[in-house]
Design a protein around this ligand. Sequence first.
Ligand code: DUT
Length: 128
Amino acid sequence: MSELASGFDLHAAVAEPVILQPGERKLIPTGFAMSMERGLEAQVRPRSGLALKHGITCLNSPGTIDADYRGEVKVLLINLGQEPFTITRNERIAQMVIQIVPEVALMEVEALTDTERGAGGFGHTGTN
Ligand SMILES: O=c1ccn([C@H]2C[C@H](O)[C@@H](COP(=O)(O)OP(=O)(O)OP(=O)(O)O)O2)c(=O)[nH]1
């Protein structure tokens, strides 16, 4: 694996098919581990095809793979569809991207800087 890519498929490393009942969640192994430099993280994201066709998504989306994690990457899938869904060996269950995450220091201050938004949020500008 030496070619540059912006996204990587994650495959189900399951010995036997795994069934996800409607509403059920399961942690699915990928058989894949990696090491990353400090300042990077990997994000595990759902596949839109599985979501649209079967209601299968990542419960903790995006899943965070920390730079210092050396264990097996796992995918927390949930079945939000109406039917049981079977995950088979080597099936592409999610995708992964690598992100740069800046390291910052939090400082305690007496007051915050002014902005037009201020504390407004959660739709305070309306829908139009
Ligand atoms: O979708 C995921 C999310 C996490 N992990 C692994 C890698 C990550 O570095 C570690 C911890 O994840 P996270 O920081 O999200 O979990 P936490 O609940 O905060 O646990 P911890 O206390 O272990 O950090 O679990 C995965 O394999 N897949």
